[in-house]
Design a protein around this ligand. Structure first.
Ligand code: H2U
Ligand code: ZN
Length: 352
């Protein structure tokens, strides 16, 4: 094992960016307080929630009495499918039109739940919904960003379990960076970057949070957020629709497991932004020739919490002006998560 006790920078092989790690700072005094345990919102149906079955939405439309999952086009979409052409030729004032759509995905009719509290069958239905939506939108849009904002600190407007999709005809920044890095690695090594990375992580073990036959959840070497997790399939898979049934079940299992550990860490419904990075879609004239063999499907989980249910990490100051920085190492974070109980803390409390 490397000695990572003094300040160093780590390279993010996926994006090509660096992160400053300052492990010695975790020794500084911290007058932490233990928060009260939050047992959560127990209302199964909230008459004022715009995502609960049967309720009215801001658009005036009414949700069906759905029993599992439900998806609709966002009433306030950030992207629109039809758009006027717009182009600016001046290199210092570049702009162009973008076409796309935004969807909202309800994970469960039960207003009180979150993914780790749902049963495996219901989580599998969420995976099926992600897959179906990706497949449909992927016929038309180059980039289909499936994501979830969880918790008020992440700007989530409603506790009802839900995610979103924003799809667009162009690659956004994060996608472009990852595409370039994976493409470059593939050209140089004739191998898939994340597959090689995963193999080495499985050998080293120190950053693994959980694994099963088909998936690995780890705190990446280059993590920026304190308890960031990278979730990767163990087989080379480019996009969600390639998943076999047993891989979906295994995905539900590992997700329930590490998301429960997330909740158990500070005994709170752990906030995060998560999202799937599928390979870009080959559209139109390129549709036959899928040029994304360098890409490995993966999901990122970016939770903001640092030391308790209320103490969050800010990406400010040095981070905005120089580069991202973290104190606890990825290895320490992974160990903490790995050693947490597998049963949800709310269950433990319910049993007394
Ligand atoms: P959050 O996941 O950030 O809470 O966003 C929920 C989305 O739901 C948000 O993008 C949409 C908002 O535009 N929404 C509707 O589509 N219909 C509504 O009636 C309210 C909110
Ligand atoms: Zn609701």
């Amino acid at each position: 094992m490397q000695n990572y006790e003094s300040p160093h920078r780590r390279y993010n092989a996926l994006t090509g960016e660096w992160v400053l790690v300052s492990p010695h700072r975790t020794k500084r005094p911290w007058q932490g307080k233990q928060e009260d345990v939050f047992l959560g919102n127990r209302v199964v149906h909230d008459p004022n929630c715009y995502l609960c079955p049967g309720n009215e939405r801001a658009s005036g439309g009414r949700n069906p009495e759905y029993e599992n999952t439900f998806a609709f086009t966002n009433d306030f979409p950030a992207l629109l499918p039809e758009n006027n052409d717009l182009a600016s030729g001046d290199s210092l004032f570049q702009a162009h039109a973008v076409k796309g759509t935004s969807r909202v995905l309800c994970f469960s009719p039960n207003h009180s739940l979150s993914l780790p509290e749902m049963d495996l069958k219901s989580i599998t239905k969420v995976i099926d919904l992600w897959t179906k939506e990706f497949q449909e939108l992927g016929q038309k849009y180059k980039w289909v960003q499936v994501f979830e904002n969880k918790g008020a600190v992440m700007g989530c407007s409603n506790p009802h379990p839900h995610g979103q999709i924003w799809a667009s005809d162009q690659l956004p920044n994060e996608a472009s960076k990852e595409n370039l890095q994976q493409e470059k690695y593939f050209e140089e090594n004739q191998r898939v970057l994340l597959m090689d990375y995963l193999e080495k992580e499985l050998e080293k073990e120190e950053r693994i949070v959980a694994k099963n036959d088909h998936w690995v959840a780890l705190v990446p070497f280059w993590a920026v957020w304190p308890y960031e997790v990278l979730l990767v399939p163990r087989r080379h898979i480019k996009r969600l629709p390639e998943l076999k049934d047993e891989e979906k079940v295994a995905l539900a299992e590992i997700s329930k497991l590490f998301l429960t550990k997330y909740d158990n860490l500070f005994k709170t419904s752990f906030p995060y932004s998560m999202g799937w990075h599928n390979a870009p879609n080959s559209i139109g004239e390129n549709a036959e020739d899928d040029a994304f063999d360098h890409w490995q499907l993966h999901a990122h989980f970016y939770p903001p919490l640092l030391r308790s249910a209320t103490v969050k990490k800010f990406l400010v100051g040095y981070e905005m002006l120089a580069e991202a920085q973290r104190d606890i190492t990825a290895e320490q974070a992974a160990k903490e998560l790995r050693e947490l109980p597998e049963a949800h803390y709310k269950e433990a409390y319910a049993q007394g």
